[in-house]
Design a protein around this ligand. Structure first.
Ligand code: FES
Length: 123
């Protein structure tokens, strides 16, 4: 077993983890975050719209793949929707609902986060 495969894949995080300043994610953009928690790794991404942040587990409901093939490339060119780079599924930023593509009617798994005093935390 390699060091890479020794990590369990995690699909949630404990509450209260400080992820950093809201400035970690540029306004109107998205960013990937990987958290090592014990012997596990959590892969998620955050979309920021002003002071609002939306977090999701980085796993497409269609085939279970991470959405972005290029780092932080989670949004449509106009920044209006989340897009999966594999087969083009489109998701609403505020709800994670899939509104087009092969998993229409399904949802991204929410990653509960919030901004308190300019700091993004899990909740
Ligand atoms: S894996 Fe996301 S659309 Fe197919």
């Amino acid at each position: 077993m390699t060091e890479e495969t020794a990590f369990r894949r995690l699909f949630s995080t404990p509450p209260g983890v400080r992820l950093g300043s809201v400035e970690l994610v540029a306004d109107g953009k998205a960013r990937n975050l990987v958290l090592e928690i014990g012997d596990g790794r959590f892969h998620g991404f955050i979309v920021r719209q002003g002071q609002a942040v939306f977090g999701y587990v980085d796993r497409c409901p269609h085939a279970g793949l991470p959405l972005a093939q290029k780092l932080d490339d989670y949004l449509t060119p106009d920044g209006g929707m989340i897009v999966c780079s594999w087969h083009g599924a489109l998701f609403k930023i505020d709800s994670g609902a899939c509104v087009g593509g092969p998993c229409a009617g399904q949802k991204l798994t929410p990653w509960p986060i919030e901004v308190i005093d300019g700091v993004i935390r899990t909740n």
